[in-house]
Design a protein around this ligand. Sequence first.
Ligand code: TXA
Ligand code: MG
Length: 330
Amino acid sequence: MILAPSDENIRQAAVLLGRGELVAFPTETVYGLGADATNEEAVRLIFAAKGRPAFNPLIVHISGIDKLDAVVRLDSGSALQRMVERLAEKFWPGPLSLVLPKQPTIAPSVCAGLETVAVRVPAHPIARKLLLACGCPIAAPSANPSFYVSPTTAQHVVDGLGDKIPVLDGGACSVGVESTVLAFDGVRPMILRPGGVPAEEIGAVLGLSPRELLANSEASLLASPGMLPHHYSPATPVKLSSAIAAADFPPKVGLISFSDRAEAQFDYMHITRLTRDNNLAEAAQQLYAALRDMDKRGLDLIVVDSCGEEGLGLAIMDRIRKAAAKFSAE
Ligand code: TXA
Ligand code: MG
């Protein structure tokens, strides 16, 4: 059920979380399906509602850096702690999740049995009000059935999870792709999932190149068990425009594009342009709604054009490749 984000509804939602129930809420990236991160039974409800494999850990949301110690263990004065402080100061509240050693109070299912937990301070005002009202850390993956496209509106949540779960309505998410997940191999930072904070910006804070931050991404497939190659897929087959020739096209094809050039290549039945002026923030914000809209049109194929992989382009192309991966493997 979709709820207006009044103070009273936020207070009620906090009460439900305190009782071990689920609440969906907006963040600046995508909508989250939340439960009290310290309540194992409540967290298990998330996995059941999403059909999520138990080996895929969740992200824990806190209201501010003052709550970090309740979720993670950092030796004071350590190099890791200093790095976390610099990152938090620059990027929180915002779309950066840090994978750090967990406190024992965090429910085991949140971390899929790992000794680490991913944590972030969301920037969305409704998420922050909810976190302050409930006082507990909130574990929340994206509020969609596992393997489908993440939700960027309250209606997307209801479309995927039904009308039983309360959804605080915060309108369309402003970032539109999930947070960047940054983990540490000792003190060596590595990006496990590109996302709303570009690798270049993290690199600038840490004195590393984006390439160095991404260097471990092969190995990180093991370190981050949730990073399955076939996330984020619509039901309609998706292919990258670079992977097919027009001669292979079935009769009903839609295009999600970044430019005129892609649009001129074929007589598409439907075209959605993600951005008119190569604005990658706008493209990221539109991407999931565009995939969902295409999926409702009864098409045989969704072709997706490519953008450059600088800045947010890295996260955008990561999600597009994952949407296409399920179908290229078939
Ligand atoms: O923007 C976001 O991050 C959204 C909003 C709701 O905050 N949440 C989100 O959660 O995208 P989810 O569950 O779809 O993605 C969580 C991912 C996991 O798939 C995994 O790759 C990584 O975060 N992760 C979580 N805990 C981890 C850990 N302890 N070690 C390694 N990776 C972890
Ligand atoms: Mg997800």
